[in-house]
Design a protein around this ligand. Structure first.
Ligand code: EZ4
Ligand code: CO
Length: 402
């Protein structure tokens, strides 16, 4: 089953997506997501200039061999650009394998290990009242788990807050917007926000919160301890995870569960976090951590240490990524939760999906392969529109983690 074509399509149906399309001599087509928010064209060039020409003539059935060929074969290893490119190829080959077998990808991964995939949605607000209204709207939709973010009083702009008329989108402007940050205001506000939600909605819904890498390890320990009465499902990215051993300090101060890893791209980025049981959920995604093949390896390691999956699923990962994630989520033993933000229109005109949402759970559907049809003609109507993640500065003007 020789690969006859591999091409990259960069489009912006609601936001920028990089989509890899692979075709075989038997007329099968597979798609992969190669989107890296704010660095889209780097991955597009890595693929179209270097990897796509090497794919032509390769056997599409040899997924593991192809993964090793591009990972070890590059000599230069890891990194978000390379691993996102390899991920797109890997996911497209799983799509092709599913279509060739006439089975949904999750069947090839061992079959369904659960009936549905619990997802969490995003509730946010520029005031606590607005947050409550959005939280209630998510409960009305059936969500069993909800991430809560609210604007920190005294700061102009806080990450994670959706505009009133649309879903959250962290990228904007053809140069990055700049935000301001003040840790002490946040540390006082976040527990009050969580208390507000528990007072209003009780404890029958899973409550999540994203710290977005903004605290030092000891500040994160303080926050985790302060949140304990509100029993969060997790606190996400409490401190930057380049320094994996820093999580020992955090762990010694709180039992609040910790989720980390949306910026990771390989098993080596989380080896210590997992094997020392320094986290509870690993947030690596199928598109940024080397595809289905490598993500399963990470989740298998995590399973040995009681760590569950909690994959990143923001709107800057395309519907192809979400579908691939759902196939993995449905089939692994140590699934935890899946992030689900949905996608801005007109994404549904370009990506026709067969996954479903009902009562807080998703299912990838039973179409052969991933169950996503990518309409290249429709994509051509939405040209690339450069946008960047914000830069974050402290009140004294110094650059802080965003
Ligand atoms: O900021 O996906 O948990 N979700 C997040 C996201 C990330 C973006 C980065 O591209 O933190 O909103
Ligand atoms: Co996050």
């Amino acid at each position: 089953m020789k690969i006859t074509d591999a091409r990259v399509v960069v489009s912006s149906p609601g936001r920028n997506y990089v989509t890899l399309v692979i075709e075989t001599e038997d007329g099968l087509t597979g798609v992969g997501d190669a989107t890296l928010n704010g660095r889209e064209l780097a991955v597009a060039a890595y693929l179209s200039e270097h990897l796509c020409p090497m794919l032509i003539g390769r056997d599409a059935r040899r997924i593991e061999d192809t993964w090793q060929y591009f990972y070890k074969g590059a000599y230069w290893r890891r990194g978000p650009v390379a691993m996102t490119a390899i991920a797109a190829i890997d996911v497209a080959l799983w799509d092709i394998k599913g279509k060739a077998a006439g089975m949904p990808v999750y069947e090839l991964l061992g079959g369904a290990a659960r009936d549905g995939v619990m997802v969490y949605g995003h509730a946010s607000g520029s005031t606590l009242e607005a947050l409550s209204a959005d939280f209630q709207a998510h409960l009305d939709l059936g969500y069993k788990a909800i991430r809560a973010q609210a604007a920190v009083p005294g700061l102009d702009k806080t990450y994670g807050i959706a505009p009133a008329d649309n879903i959250y989108e962290p990228a904007s402007g053809n140069v990055p917007q700049e935000d301001r940050w003040e840790t002490s205001a946040y540390l006082d506000f976040a527990p009050a926000m969580m208390r507000h939600l528990r007072d209003e909605f009780g404890y029958g819904v899973h409550l999540l919160h994203d710290v977005h890498h903004r605290l030092t390890p000891i500040e994160a320990g303080r926050l985790g301890a302060a949140l304990e009465p509100y029993r969060p499902f997790w606190m996400e990215d409490p401190t930057p995870a380049e320094d994996q051993s820093a999580f020992r300090l955090l762990r010694s101060h709180t039992t609040t569960p910790v989720a980390v890893g949306e910026v990771f791209n390989s098993i080596w980025d989380c080896q210590q976090l997992i094997t020392e049981r320094l986290i509870d959920y690993i947030r690596t995604s199928v598109s940024h951590a080397g595809g289905i093949t490598h993500l399963r390896r990470i989740f298998s390691l995590a399973d040995l240490y009681g760590v569950r999956s909690g994959s990143h699923g923001a709107g800057d990962l395309s519907p192809v990524s979400l579908a691939a994630a759902l196939h993995v989520d449905l089939s692994i033993p140590n699934f935890g939760i899946q992030e689900y933000m949905g996608h801005r229109e007109p994404a549904s005109k370009v990506f026709r999906t067969s996954y479903t949402f009902a009562d807080g759970y998703m299912h990838p559907g039973d179409a052969p392969g991933l169950g996503v049809e990518f309409d290249e003609e429709a994509a051509a109507a939405y040209p690339f529109d450069p946008k960047y993640l914000p830069i974050n500065r402290r009140l004294d003007g110094s650059v802080h983690d965003w």
